[in-house]
Design a protein around this ligand. Structure first.
Ligand SMILES: [Fe+2]
Length: 479
């Protein structure tokens, strides 16, 4: 995902530059020199400005872009060099939380300077706390796009996976592995996948819930692709797509990233800043994808187009370069929305993945600039802030799993309450009101999904509900 925007506030690049300047000056001037104090003050003031409307400044360097709050910011050559330097030192993220003091920022600059002598002997966290830093963390990122099993999340979800979702994942994995090994993509097996996804996975609340839960642990391209296809389908259905258009959308979404099988694994794997050559290679997954797909007889005509265009913006930017102002097809625009949402809410670093409500807000910030505003609005309405499968807390301090959404009241879903020993203890409809017309309870926050080995399938009355249960619940709210 590369979502480059030019927002008026929250641009992290000046903070990054101020850090670099302070680091250099700390290493060059003797301790106590007034120019050091001045640079510390400048950085501190800049950080405070960022804190004006948020509790933390989170800067991440991913694939040569500087990200803050999941958004990517366009930097200049100078910023690229800074990122490459920090990445070499093993630093790909800087998180600063409210309450940070100027002395801590100075200590970080000093620490970064000291790293030039070689890799850190003990973990960053330990060394920083030894230096009295408690409001700043430095870290490495786990790559966003991976073709292998991530091992950072050993406590994978408990319980059985919806059999149709499991089968879809397996077929998608085979497809990607076949292409990666130089084999031919079989249109027949793609059609099986499309059918399974439309008629089984997207109809099952358990499967839809597991898409949310499982991807916190699995971060594979094929898994991402299945999830993007499902989310695209939910959006397409809401837009009134008929059977054939839905099938075309699902096929295109499933294969949108197939070109990554042609990008060298070490470049795909590299979490930090990329040099220009590597960046071009990653960006080429769009044209590689189109090339692979256009040669396969039996695929639908939109499939290579979406692979080519899914990183283009509605303003005619993005990559690959298709000529001045070329705006992507609406199918590509749908896949872009689902792709970015899926990437934000999936496992992407040592941090917890972004919660759905927060990811919806990030999409809203990209609307009009990168993404189609009408599609973003519809998408947020479909997935809602509390999608099926979310573990949430209510204003009555109850914990529950979202098992259905209320079409006319997306912020007040129906929950299966979770008891003390994780047993389901009954359902509540959070849209219910008391005699005076007030809500009896609200959902106040999303908790970490799958906490403490929660087996999602226990909370749904049956494994595969009737036709359109999943879509109906998620997809028929008033738009
Ligand atoms: Fe992509």
């Amino acid at each position: 995902m590369t979502a480059t925007v030019t927002p008026t506030t929250g641009d992290p690049i000046p903070v990054l530059k101020a850090f670099a300047a302070l680091r250099r000056i700390t290493g060059t001037y003797p301790e106590g020199h007034p120019v050091v104090a001045q640079k510390v003050r400048e950085l501190y003031d800049l950080v405070q400005q960022h804190m004006a409307d948020r509790d933390a400044v989170q800067i991440e360097m991913i694939r040569g872009d500087v990200h803050a709050d999941g958004l990517s910011f366009a930097g200049d050559v100078h910023a690229s060099q800074l990122m490459a330097d920090l990445s070499t030192l093993g630093v790909q993220s800087i998180h600063i939380s409210r309450g940070v003091e100027a002395a801590e920022l100075h200590a970080i600059a000093q620490f970064l300077w000291d790293l030039k002598d070689g890799p850190a002997a003990s973990p960053f966290g330990q060394q920083l706390s030894d230096r009295g830093v408690s409001h700043v963390t430095l870290g490495r990122l786990v790559p966003l796009d991976t073709r292998w099993r991530t091992e950072q999340w050993p406590d994978s979800p408990q319980g059985r996976i919806d059999p149709d979702y499991a089968e879809t994942l397996m077929l998608a994995q085979q497809t990607f592995e076949t292409v990666q090994a130089g084999g031919r993509l079989e249109p027949g097996s793609i059609q099986n996948l499309v059918h399974l996804l439309i008629h089984k996975v997207a109809q099952s609340n358990v499967a839809l819930g597991q898409i949310l839960a499982l991807k916190q642990y699995e971060n594979l391209t094929y898994c991402h692709s299945v999830n993007v296809a499902t989310l695209s389908l939910l959006l397409g259905r809401r837009l009134g797509f008929d059977e054939e258009m839905s099938a075309a959308l699902v096929e295109a979404a499933l294969l949108h990233d197939i070109g990554k099988t042609r990008v060298p694994l070490d470049v795909v794997k590299k979490p930090g800043a990329l040099d220009t050559r590597e960046r071009r290679m990653i960006e080429a997954h769009t044209t590689f994808g189109a090339e692979i797909l256009i040669q396969i007889d039996g695929l639908r005509p939109m499939t290579p187009v979406v692979a080519l265009e899914h990183h283009r913006t509605v303003k005619g930017g993005g990559y690959p370069d298709l000529g001045e102002g070329a705006v992507p097809h609406v199918m590509s625009q749908i896949v872009s929305v689902a792709d970015i949402y899926e990437a934000l809410t999936g496992a992407r670093s040592y941090q917890d993945p972004m919660k759905p409500d927060r990811a919806c807000l990030v999409l809203a910030r990209l609307a009009g600039e990168k993404l189609n505003t009408a599609l973003v609005k519809t998408f947020v309405n479909v997935v809602t802030f509390f999608p099926i499968g979310s573990l949430v807390r209510t204003s009555r301090d109850e914990t529950g799993v979202v098992i259905r959404t209320n079409p006319n009241d997306p912020l007040h879903p129906i929950l299966a309450l979770v008891g003390d020993n994780l047993d389901p203890t009954g359902e509540v409809d959070t849209s219910r009101r008391d005699e005076s017309g007030k809500y009896q309870r609200h959902v106040i926050e999303t908790l970490k999904p799958q906490a403490d080995g929660l087996d999602l399938s226990r909370y749904f009355p049956e494994l595969t509900p009737g036709p359109l249960a999943g879509i109906g619940a998620m997809g028929s709210a008033s738009a």
